[in-house]
Design a protein around this ligand. Structure first.
Ligand code: AMP
Length: 510
């Protein structure tokens, strides 16, 4: 099934029901369906994109997001959503890697990308929202029915790779439908009385979870700009049956806000959080404030939103004898999903023993885009090797111990040290460097860099910061630089990041 059919069905039954409300106004399901058809018609007709072409979406949260996403699908094309906060060079890399022929952008991103030569002559290239080209697309004749098979590619989900280069997890309609059915099975059954609040980037979890909501005719409220707890409390006061995604850092900002505890949050139906570890003390506070309406989700781009979970009633069970352990865990396998903790040879480990988490289900990606080497590592005998380390208990609750790949999670965004290290190493005065995460009360973690200058060279933190600003997204920049004579290494010459973390702790810097 082509997911754009879900909108057509809702529009047929509930044409006047609100579909999307944002700062720029509101549209109904009838209007959403009309826009989707016309955008698809324009992509196939005016822009003559062949079936299966990849189309980028480098858009901030805005009211047009869903007509673009579903318009791409309606045309039988593949969407490549990207975080609009990425540096233009990072966006350009993804567009080239995915072989995108066009990219929808919000105006600020379009301005930033405009100076780069990304698209070959003759390709549609950048399509800014609100531009004449966009208006022309919306005037196109609507595309007819485009049949899609369940295994057709729908969404290329770009994650940063440990090699420093982002990799595109290829998600099919089947993957996204399975994710949606799992939402109905484990989280909530939905209908048109539900409201989906989007306060997190639509290129990631919030956008993925729009899919089960749109299929059931829910009203999507899209907040643009940065995460503002005040606006969330306003929506919860005004609307009923609201569901939303929050990264743990967002949730922590919500519960530490002055209105937390006093605002009327009866409008909240479900708040699902995940993407990074959640501190138990924050989780307890959140449960006190919102009641048993929280769900923890563990997933990754390669198995979107769907590996394990802690259900509402389980998080709400205050008298459970193993409450602390359950709150610290990321729950049990989702319905219909296999999850195991294994040793290097893939043998399942008994409860309590730490190993790599692997999973198998119809949610698991077909593979990475054009990357057989990464596929061979991550997909073995039908199982996805997540790169996360953890253990299970006798009841099947999974607890994540560490991220095997040294990934840093700051403000809910994944930051891969290698990517920053590669930028720092381009500085002519830098000999070696290592990037690690340091605990941060608001962001979960922040980035810290250790840098060894070349002999007799003098390198300043300002120089390095300027270099990062030129090449990577602002949120990935190190917040602190330690200029050192050498880095701790093991006998193979590998840098020992555990020693660096210890060093920070001992110096009172952790
Ligand atoms: P992404 O592909 O950006 O969604 O990032 C996925 C990674 O985030 C996972 O492989 C985990 O390392 C981490 N993660 C996701 N959910 C959780 C969770 N509930 N608790 C702890 N870490 C998580």
């Amino acid at each position: 099934m082509n997911l754009s059919q879900t909108v057509r069905r809702v529009a047929r039954r509930l044409p006047h029901h609100p579909a999307v409300t944002s700062d720029s106004g509101a549209i109904t399901y009838g209007q959403l369906e009309d826009h989707i058809g016309r955008i698809a018609g324009g992509l196939l007709g005016r822009l003559a994109l062949p079936r299966g072409s990849r189309v980028g979406i480098a858009m901030e949260n805005c009211g047009e997001y869903f007509e673009v996403l579903y318009g791409i699908w309606r045309a039988g094309l593949v969407a490549v959503p990207m975080n609009a906060k990425l540096h233009e060079k990072e966006i350009a890399f993804i567009l080239v890697n995915a072989g995108c022929k066009a990219c929808f952008c919000t105006p600020d991103v379009a301005d930033r990308l405009g100076a780069l030569e990304i698209f070959a002559p003759g390709m549609p290239g950048i399509l800014p929202i609100g531009s004449k080209d966009y208006a022309a697309l919306l005037r196109s004749e609507a595309a007819g029915e485009v049949e899609s098979a369940p295994e057709d590619e729908a969404w290329l989900f770009y994650t940063s790779g440990t090699t420093g280069r982002p990799k595109g997890a290829v998600l099919s309609f089947r993957n996204l439908l399975f994710m949606s059915h799992c939402y109905y099975a484990d989280i909530d059954n939905l209908d048109e009385r539900d409201v989906k609040l989007h306060a997190a980037p639509l290129s990631h979890a919030s956008g993925l979870y729009a899919i089960p909501h749109i299929a059931k005719g829910a009203h999507n409220i899209v907040l643009s700009g940065s995460f503002e707890p005040d606006r969330i409390f306003d929506v919860l006061t005004k609307h009923q049956s609201v569901t939303m995604f929050a990264a743990p850092t967002m949730l922590s900002r919500l519960i530490n806000h002055r209105r937390a505890g006093s605002a009327d949050t009866r409008g909240l139906r479900t708040l699902y959080f995940g993407g990074a570890p959640m501190y138990v003390s924050d989780l307890k506070k959140a449960l006190d404030i919102f009641g048993p309406k929280l769900v923890q989700i563990y997933g990754q781009g390669e198995s979107p939103m769907t590996i394990s979970f802690v259900a509402k009633h389980v998080l709400g069970q205050t008298n459970h004898p193993r409450r602390e352990e359950i709150l610290a865990s990321c729950g049990v396998a989702r319905t219909g999903v296999d999850v195991k903790v294994v040793d290097d040879a893939g043998r399942e480990l008994p409860p309590g023993e730490i190993g790599e988490v692997i999973t198998r289900s119809d949610c698991v990606m077909g593979g990475y885009w054009n990357n057989p080497e990464a596929n061979a590592k991550s997909l073995r005998d039908g199982w996805l090797w997540t790169g996360d380390l953890g253990f299970t208990d006798a009841e099947g609750f999974l607890t994540l111990k560490d991220r095997s790949k040294d990934m840093i999670i700051s403000g809910g965004s994944n930051i891969y040290p290698r990517e920053i290290e590669e930028v720092l190493l381009t500085h002519p005065k830098v000999l070696e460097c290592a990037v690690i995460g340091r605990e941060h009360p608001d962001w979960g973690e922040e980035v810290v860099a250790f840098v060894v200058p070349r002999p007799d060279a003098d390198v300043s933190a300002q120089d390095l910061d300027a270099l990062c600003l030129e090449n990577i997204a602002r949120y990935k920049r190190p917040r602190d630089y330690h200029i050192v004579d050498n880095l701790p290494k093991n006998s193979y010459g590998k840098i020992l990041k555990t020693d660096l973390r210890q060093l920070l702790k001992e110096s009172g810097n952790a």
